[in-house]
Design a protein around this ligand. Sequence first.
Ligand code: ADP
Length: 327
Amino acid sequence: MLKGEPIKFETRLVNRLNEEYFLELNIMPILDNTLLDRIFIYAKDITDSKKLEESRRKIKELEEYENIRSEFFANISHEFRTPLNIILGSIQLLELYLKKNKIIDDNDTLYKYNKSIKQNCFRLLRLVNNLIDITKVNAGYMQLNLCVCNIVSLIEDIVQSVADYINSKNIEIIFDTDIEEKYIKCDKDKIERIILNLLSNAIKFTPENGKIIVNIRDLEEYTCISVKDTGIGIPLDKQDIIFERFSQVNKSLSREREGSGLGLNIVKSFIEMHGGEIKLISEEGKGSEFIILLPNNLDKEVNCEIGTISNFNNVERISIEFSDIYF
Ligand code: ADP
C-alpha cells in the first residue's frame, strides 16, 4: 500500500439563507503498487478561522488607511500653514509700516512684501488646484479636452515662456528636437501642466550653472518628450515612490525646496489619461531624466473637441506652477 501526496484546497459554500461556510478538503490517493486503490477525502469546517482571518485583514486595512489619512492631513496642514504664515507676517509688517507712515518713502519694502504675498498666494492656489485635480482623477471625473495640436511647437512655446525664469537662476535651458512638427490629439492644458511641473522640479533640484535639456523625438507609435537636468538626482530606492502622493524624497530638504509632493502623481495621472507613460532615469549627484511617451493617435478614433480656454494667462500659469521656487 502506498499513500500519495495529499491534495489540499479550500472551498466556499453558500446556503439558501445566503450564509457563507468554508471547507478545507484534503484528498489523499491510496495506491496499491502503481494502481489507484482508494481515495481518502477529509473535510474540515474552517469557517470560524476564515472569518477571523478576514476580520483581521479588514482591521489591518483600516489601520493602514487611518495612517495614510493622518499623514495626509499632517502634510496638507503644513503645506497650507507655511504660505499662510508668510502672507500674514507680510501683512502685519506692512500694517506696521502704514501706521508709521513710512510706506511712501520705502517703495522697495512695499514691493518686497507684495512679491512675497503674491508668491505665497500662488503657492496656495497651486496646492488647491492639485488637490482638486487629485480628487477628480481618483473619482474618475477628470476629463481630457482633446484637440489636434502640433506637440513640437506646444512644447517649444512652453520652454520659451519659462526660459528667462530659468536663466535668471543661472541655469541653462536647451530645447532640442529632431522633428519640425508632429500632430497628435492631446489636451493642451494638461500637457502644459505636465511640462511646467517637470521644469519646475528640474529648476528646484538643479544647482547654479546646471543645465536643463528638453528633447522631442518621434518614435514609431509614440512621441517621446524628455526633460533632463544635471541636478542632484534621485536615489534608486526612491525612484518609484516619487510618483506616489506626498512623496518628498528627502524631508530634510523640503524646508529648502518647498513642495507638497503631489505634482508627479498628477503628472503621471495626466499622462496615463492620454494612454501614455512616464519613465525616470536618474543617478544621485548626476541628474534626472523624465521621459514621457505619448501615443501618436491621429489615425485612431479619439473623441476630439476644441480645447477649453483656461482662466489664467501664461504668466499666471507659470507663476502658479513655479510658486515653490524663489526668484
Ligand atoms: P511637488 O509637487 O512638491 O513639486 P513632486 O511630486 O513634483 O512634488 O516631486 C516629488 C519629489 O520628487 C520631490 O520632492 C523631489 O524629492 C523629487 N524630484 C522630483 N523631480 C526631481 C528632479 N528633477 N531632481 C531631483 N529630485 C526630484
